[in-house]
Design a protein around this ligand. Structure first.
Ligand SMILES: Cc1cc2nc3c(=O)[nH]c(=O)nc-3n(C[C@H](O)[C@H](O)[C@H](O)COP(=O)(O)O)c2cc1C
Length: 197
C-alpha cells in the first residue's frame, strides 16, 4: 500500500546524502606524495569550479596541504578498490604511501596526481577552516585531467562518455561500495547546463 511504502522511520543524526564517489586526495608532505581516501567532498561552485574536502585534523595529508596550499582529487576505478581502501585505513605517518601509484604533476607542481585514476582535479586552496575535528579545504580547480577515452571535443563542446566507462567507486552507508548504473537522460541535462554558472 502507498501509505506503508512512504512511512518514515526516524534514524537520528545520520548523514544520508549518499551515494558519493570516493576520491583519493593527494598532497606532497615534505616533498613526498601521500594519499588518503575521502568521501566527504563536494562542489561549491561551477564557474569557476570550486570544491571542498573535509579531512580529519590529525591526518598526514593535511600537513602537505597546509605546506603547499595545493592538493589533488583523484577518482579511482572500481578495480582500484583494495588500494583505495588501503589509503583509507593506513596513515602516511605510519607507512610511506608514495609508491602506491604512478604520480604526475601539473601546473601547480606540488599536487601529486594519480595516473591510474581516470579523472584528476588539480586544486589550489582558497580557504581553510576547522570545524569539530575536521579541517575543511575550499579550493579552486586549476586544471582537470581526464583519460582521453572518456571525453571528446565536438564543435567546441566537451562530450563525456557514459559514467559506467569511468567506473568510479560509489560509497554509501553500511560500508557498502557500488558500481555506477546506466544513464537515464542526456537532453535535459544539456539544456540545464546552459543555465548554470
Ligand atoms: C570509505 C572511506 C571514506 C573515508 N572518508 C574520509 C573523509 O571524507 N575524510 C577523512 O578525513 N577521512 C576519511 N577516511 C579516512 C582516511 O582516509 C584515513 O584516516 C587515512 O588513513 C588518512 O590518511 P593520512 O593520515 O595518510 O592522511 C575515509 C576512509 C574510508 C575507508
Amino acid at each position: 500500500m502507498l501509505e506503508d511504502k512512504n512511512k518514515k522511520r526516524k534514524i537520528g543524526n545520520i548523514p544520508y546524502i549518499y551515494p558519493i564517489p570516493m576520491a583519493l586526495v593527494g598532497a606532497n608532505v615534505h616533498g613526498k606524495p601521500n594519499f588518503e581516501l575521502v568521501g566527504d567532498l563536494g562542489l561549491m561552485g561551477i564557474k569557476p569550479a570550486l570544491v571542498y574536502i573535509s579531512s580529519g585534523n590529525t591526518h598526514y595529508t593535511n600537513v602537505g596541504i597546509l605546506e603547499n596550499n595545493t592538493f589533488s582529487i583523484n577518482f579511482p576505478r572500481t578495480d582500484m578498490l583494495a588500494l583505495a581502501e588501503h589509503c583509507g585505513t593506513v596513515s602516511g605517518r605510519d607507512e610511506d604511501k608514495s609508491g602506491l601509484f604512478e604520480v604526475f604533476y601539473g601546473e601547480l607542481q606540488t599536487a601529486p596526481l594519480i595516473q591510474e585514476c581516470p579523472v584528476n582535479l588539480e586544486c589550489k586552496v582558497m580557504k581553510e577552516f576547522s570545524i569539530q575535528h575536521r579541517q575543511i579545504f575550499v579550493a579552486e580547480v586549476v586544471q582537470t585531467y581526464v583519460d582521453d577515452s572518456l571525453v571528446e571535443e565536438k564543435n567546441g563542446n566537451l562530450i563525456f562518455a557514459e559514467l559506467a566507462k569511468f567506473d568510479p567507486i560509489i560509497y554509501t552507508l553500511g560500508d557498502r561500495y557500488y558500481r555506477i548504473g546506466k544513464s537515464i537522460s542526456v537532453g535535459n541535462n544539456r539544456k540545464r547546463r546552459k543555465t548554470r554558472s
